[in-house]
Design a protein around this ligand. Structure first.
Ligand SMILES: [Mn+2]
Length: 372
């Protein structure tokens, strides 16, 4: 039985090396490979992968193995995420009592994404999972066949401290890095809304994933990394794998001694592109509704759009029916009108009779002009 223990590591990064940071790959292997290509990642760089390598994407086992291959190059630092940690814990603890629940989870991932980590592990061992019994039957073969992969995950550090930056998937529970040593892997990797909730101003910038950055804004739906200078936190999770409008983000820190203002980022997604043929001005006073706060009241249901009231903000807006989950809940939605210039490339998310919902430079909103 592999035990998960909090590991805090301190590493020295040579100056004059570019530092690349990504997180929450979630089985989106093509996103990961493409963003490394876009950044021209080479042996001269240091690459940090801040947890959640697997699950919720189309190629979970392959993504893990790719990270394991990269790791051998010696210039890659990978950290554990809550999903990585708790998936191996769950598999090790599979028994007759919980097999049913785990099987249902696998079925829901299959319907949603088409695959899951455990399904891929079982398949490589020759099992198809059609019942809770199949899940249990595959367990011992999976554990022995993937011992190397499980050990790799379990041995990943939870927190990595460098000269100027600290890396952790979820967040630090104590201000001083070393005081976190008695916190569990779960507490450090699953800190929801860390940048909002932590009371601390950290000495070194803390770079974290886990909490999709879109959840930090109630006015605009945006997926780019967020630098919080008041608390010294950089949030990185672009919602890749989980959200169809999400993206994989990669921070580029020119050098370990660089100031935070010199940090840039690139992103990658696989949405289809359109070209805008008109200009459009940005709207003011928009609202963004995300799953953390998606309670609504339907006032008037229409054929294509419905008038709803967003409960927590009290705002009344028209929402396409495609974005309504039920009468009382909606999917992620923003009424923001993007600033668009003729010739801009926009990523297309959905088309409606009065315009389309698109993403431009990581920000989602409406574009009502003509396009190719
Ligand atoms: Mn996570």
């Amino acid at each position: 039985m592999i035990q998960l223990k909090t590991k805090i590591e301190q590493i020295y990064i040579e100056p004059e090396k570019r530092i690349l940071v990504t997180s929450d790959i979630h089985g989106c292997l093509s996103y990961f490979k493409n963003i490394l290509k876009k950044a021209s990642f080479s042996d001269d760089d240091i690459l940090f992968i801040v947890g959640d390598i697997i699950e919720k994407g189309p190629e979970n086992l392959a993504a893990l193995r790719y990270v394991m291959e990269l790791y051998k190059r010696g210039n890659v630092v990978a950290l554990i995420g809550n999903v990585d940690a708790y998936r191996i814990k769950l598999i090790q603890n599979l028994n007759e009592e919980n097999a049913n629940e785990f099987f249902n989870y696998i079925v829901s991932l299959k319907e949603w994404i088409g695959t899951s980590f455990y399904q891929e592990l079982a398949a490589e061992c020759g099992y198809t999972l059609e019942s809770p019994n199949d899940v249990l039957a595959a367990k011992s073969d999976v554990l022995s066949h993937f011992e190397e992969e499980f050990r790799f995950i379990a041995e990943l550090p939870t927190v990595v401290e460098t000269q100027n930056f600290v890396f952790v998937h979820g967040g630090l529970r104590k201000k001083n890095v070393w005081e976190n040593a008695d916190k569990s892997v779960l507490e450090l990797t699953k800190y929801d809304a860390f940048a909002e909730k932590t009371p601390f101003i950290f000495d070194k910038y803390v770079i974290a994933g886990h909490w999709p950055v879109t959840l930090y804004s109630t006015s605009i739906q945006q997926f780019n990394p967020v630098i919080n200078k008041d608390k010294r936190i950089i949030s990185l999770d672009g919602g890749c794998g989980i959200k169809k409008d999400g993206q994989l983000n990669l921070l580029i820190i020119p050098d370990i001694n660089s100031s935070v203002d010199s940090i840039s980022h690139i992103s990658y997604d696989e949405l289809p592109l359109i070209t805008a043929l008109d200009d459009q001005e940005a709207s003011k006073d928009s609202v963004s509704i995300s799953w953390a706060d998606r309670k609504i009241r339907t006032i008037k249901k229409g054929e294509e759009f419905s008038l709803v009231e967003h409960i927590s903000s009290g705002r009344q807006i028209q929402i396409p029916n495609t974005h309504l989950k039920s009468e009382s809940e909606c999917y992620d939605y923003s009424d923001y009108m993007l600033a668009v210039q003729k010739g801009d490339f926009l990523s297309l998310l959905s088309e409606h009779s009065n315009g389309c919902i698109v993403k431009k430079n990581g920000v989602v909103g409406w574009y009502n002009g003509a396009y190719n």
